[in-house]
Ligand binder design. Structure first.
Ligand code: EZ4
Ligand code: CO
Length: 403
């Protein structure tokens, strides 16, 4: 039995902050787990170092389900992004260890591949529709079969998803939250022409996606969904906040545009009605923020019963360790839909060497034992943590809005 002898939290900032858990065993095998929670990184680092690691020492690393239940039920205080990201990091690291000991890539332990690769979508963006389309054409040339379109909104100085650097979008951009101005009316006028022109330029053989980033009311989202129907979007993401899951019932009544939600979800309870009542088409929960491989598989199985497919969050704040875990999950889960893929910078990739690869619009986790992602601790130590926040939004009258 591989006994856990020690564990530590590694915080590094190769261009952006990442929190990584490393668990070591007496068999000399170690495992890694991503614990990054954008803008709240140190809370998870402390939760792990101060409250989780002491409970891990001496345990049998093979007992993944038992350790998951112990950390979830045993804390008394359940769910929430900090708790569930910490549990996720432990879970990922234990699966990594199990894979390394078995000499098998993780997807083999999860039942083996049920597809050749995971279709990913890239992020095309620009200040104007023309710029966004030019960027999308570039993704199409790179072989992407699915592309997310985000464009500047006329009359608004900045908006979500439109990057300073065209290929690396990093929303957590300041030492204190940047203040942005938002107008749903202006935004709602800007999206249909983007999709109309994108179909003209890109044709119909590519999937087009869009992220609303929680900014509309349900009835506004219903209207946008209806307006976009002629352009056959693959999905509309995070149309409205989902704390009240009934929000999506209203959207669903008004549009056949497919709906995706859940990158901020932490547990199966966050999407119980959404899935059970078939109010969504794709569930965006991720390995790192939703309790690890163990819990995400549970969500996926529940989703499969209700014709909901997976579409894991894959922005740059999810480290290459999480990306690797996501790809093993994607390869093995029957109701996989699509995987988000925002490339990491070279700096980040150097700190986290990995075996996953991209070809022809698809990704594969590689066949190295375990997750197939590592951390160069010496290099990581050179990048000190740098406080960085996500922006906030205000409406034109100064009141706070969803970012
Ligand atoms: O804003 O990951 O679909 N992707 C997204 C991301 C999120 C960030 C938040 O940390 O919505 O860009
Ligand atoms: Co999103």
């Amino acid at each position: 039995m591989p006994r856990i002898t020690s564990a530590k939290v590694i915080v590094t900032c190769p261009g952006r902050n990442f929190v990584t858990l490393k668990i070591e065993t007496d068999e000399g095998v170690y495992g890694l787990g991503d614990a990054t929670l954008n803008g709240r990184e140190l809370a998870v680092a402390s939760y792990l170092a101060d409250h989780v690691i002491p409970c891990l020492i001496g345990r049998d690393a093979h007992r993944i389900e038992d350790i998951w239940q112990y950390l979830y039920k045993g804390a008394y205080w359940r769910r929430g992004p900090v708790t569930m990201s910490a549990i996720a990091a432990v879970d990922m690291a234990l699966w990594d260890i199990k894979g390394k000991i078995a000499g098998l890539p993780l997807y083999q332990l999860l039942g083996g591949a049920c597809r050749e690769g995971a279709m990913v979508y890239g992020h095309a963006n620009g200040k104007t529709i023309e710029e966004t389309i030019e960027n999308a054409l570039h993704y199409q040339q790179l072989g992407y079969k699915a592309i997310r379109l985000q464009s500047g909104v006329p009359g608004l100085a900045s908006t979500y998803g439109v990057s300073k650097d065209r290929y690396f979008y990093e929303p957590a951009d300041a030492d204190l939250p940047t203040e942005n101005l938002w107008s749903s009316e202006k935004y709602l006028r800007s999206v249909p022409p983007l999709f109309e022109k994108a179909r003209e330029a890109l044709g119909w053989d590519v999937h087009l996606l869009h992220d609303i980033h929680h900014r509309l009311t349900p009835i506004e989202a219903g209207r946008l969904g209806k307006d976009l129907e002629p352009y056959r979007p693959f999905w509309l993401e995070d149309a409205t906040p989902a704390e009240n899951q009934a929000n999506f019932r209203l959207i669903r009544q008004h549009t056949t545009s497919p709906l995706a939600v859940g990158e901020v979800f932490n547990a199966i309870w966050d999407c119980k009605e959404l899935i059970e009542e078939q109010l969504i088409d794709y569930i965006r929960a991720t390995v790192v923020h939703a309790g690890g491989i163990t819990h995400l598989r549970r969500i996926a199985s529940f989703a499969d019963m209700h014709n909901v497919r997976t579409g894991c969050h894959g922005a740059t704040d999810l480290s290459p360790v999480c990306m690797a875990a996501a790809l093993h999950f994607d390869l093995s889960v029957p109701n996989f839909g699509v995987q988000e893929y925002m490339r990491h910078t070279e700096e980040t990739d150097a700190v986290f060497p990995h075996h996953y690869s991209f070809a022809d619009g698809m990704m594969h986790p590689g066949d190295a034992p375990g997750l197939g992602a590592d951390i160069d601790e010496e290099l990581a130590a050179r990048y000190e943590y740098k406080r960085a926040y996500l922006p906030v939004n205000r409406l034109e009258d100064g009141s706070m809005w969803h970012w």
